[in-house]
Design a protein around this ligand. Structure first.
Ligand SMILES: NC(=O)c1ccc[n+]([C@@H]2O[C@H](COP(=O)([O-])OP(=O)(O)OC[C@H]3O[C@@H](n4cnc5c(N)ncnc54)[C@H](O)[C@@H]3O)[C@@H](O)[C@H]2O)c1
Ligand SMILES: O=C(O)C(=O)C[C@@H](O)[C@H](O)[C@H](O)COP(=O)(O)O
Ligand SMILES: [Zn+2]
Length: 361
């Protein structure tokens, strides 16, 4: 078992990574302060892991469950209201702890519900996808999508605990595992060059779900994310590097309709675009772009824009990005492998060229 800490002063919390402890109360109970709990999960994850989690929660005088419909298409305000409906109908108060059991969609919505319900209650992340284990469960970004833009309505609200049981990956569909690998590769690219080389060498073992290889990748990503978040909790500056590939990726998700491309799939293509742009700026060479393409291909991830999506529609959607300041795009690019930078002076034509080099029309 590994235990990391996200250092945020009074809001610090542990990330406990291990296997076989979903039903074990000793990991969970110290972080639940009141006697009321509400688990938020979805229709796919509930049959797999809900009973196990409930085993660990015997003795609570109020234990409710909200089972959401599955999918990115449901990450919106209407679905969020279902959580509030249950919390109010069952008379949950400010001592309630919400527990997110699921992937990033459940985690982001449960976290946002926790940020809002009675102006804020505690919550715990129990991630069950690779993407959630390596990224979304850590750092306190919570929220929902708007038809015009991804994660546009939300709040920063840190969990009390991230309880990461890697056994949950045994049931994850292969497509979802690959989507999670996109965010794993992101950490190598933006801030951890040795890890990038490690992923290159171990990609097949990750795809084969070798437990110790997965556990190592999860711990390394969480360590990197915890470090970035601790230095800039609310994205005043450095935290924006975690958005590498996301300005392009979020445009794909929004324009294609949420759920058609998985978040990790869109980020994968977006990272190639960001890297290609870094190459056009003269900061990295073609070898790195090709190495990324090769890794994504092995992982079964796209390296190109969706068929029929134009460079102009990318740019239009990218204008709604949260990093836009005074109408100016701010992009996360690489100045070298493992060194992401925030750039706000990239000429529009160069962005169009990068997009077209990656298949945009
Ligand atoms: N808050 C953040 O910092 C952050 C970071 C990255 C991504 N995100 C968000 O996370 C979301 C993507 O998360 P995701 O990739 O986990 O997708 P997801 O939550 O939709 O889960 C993927 C699919 O796997 C299923 N599933 C979950 N766990 C399973 C398991 N153990 N076995 C079998 N099936 C399982 C889910 O029901 C779903 O169908 C996006 O909305 C993205 O914006 C947030
Ligand atoms: O935690 C962060 O900060 C990230 O940017 C992590 C991303 O992987 C994640 O997809 C995040 O939700 C994107 O943030 P957003 O602010 O662009 O919505
Ligand atoms: Zn992401």
């Amino acid at each position: 078992m590994q235990r990391l800490n996200v250092e945020l002063g009074a809001r610090s919390y542990p990330i406990i990574i291990g296997s076989g402890f979903l039903g074990a109360p000793q990991q969970l109970l110290p972080y639940i302060h009141g006697r009321q709990v509400c688990i938020v999960t979805n229709e796919t994850v509930a049959p797999l892991y809900l009973a196990k989690l409930i085993e660990a929660l015997q003795g609570f005088n109020k234990l409710d469950v909200v089972e959401l419909p599955d999918g990115e298409a449901f990450k919106n305000l209407d679905t969020l209201n279902r959580i509030f409906d249950v919390l109010l109908e069952k008379r949950h108060n400010r001592t309630t702890t919400l527990i997110a059991l699921g992937g990033g969609v459940v985690g982001d919505m449960c976290g946002f519900a926790a940020a809002c319900y009675q102006r804020g209650v505690n919550f715990i992340q129990v991630p069950t996808t690779l993407l959630a284990l390596v990224d979304s469960s850590v750092g306190g970004k919570t929220g929902v999508n708007h038809p015009l833009g991804k994660n546009m309505i939300g709040a920063f609200h840190q969990p009390r605990l991230v309880l990461a049981d890697t056994d949950t990956l045994n049931t994850l569909p292969a497509r979802e595992l690959s989507a999670g690998l996109a965010e794993v590769i992101k950490y190598g690219l933006i801030c951890d060059k040795p890890f990038f080389y490690w992923i290159e060498e171990n990609l097949q073992r990750l795809l084969n779900r070798e437990p110790e290889v997965l556990a190592y990748a999860i711990e390394r990503c969480c360590r990197n994310k915890a470090d970035v978040v601790a230095s800039d909790e609310r994205e005043g500056g450095r935290r924006a590097i975690l958005n590498f590939g996301h300005t392009f990726g979020h445009a794909i998700e929004a324009v294609q309709g949420y759920g058609n491309w998985l978040h990790g799939e869109a980020v994968a293509a977006g990272m190639v675009m960001a890297l290609e742009l870094s190459r056009l700026r003269g900061d990295i060479d073609n070898d790195l772009v090709e190495r990324l393409r090769q890794m994504l291909q092995i992982a079964g991830l796209s390296q190109r824009a969706p068929v029929g999506m134009s460079a102009a529609s990318f740019l239009q959607s990218m204008q709604i990005d949260k990093k836009v300041l005074d109408g100016k795009l701010r992009l996360i690019l690489l100045q070298a492998l493992g060194e992401a930078v925030i750039v706000d002076d990239t000429p529009r034509e160069m962005i169009m060229d990068a997009l077209r080099n990656c298949g945009a029309e």
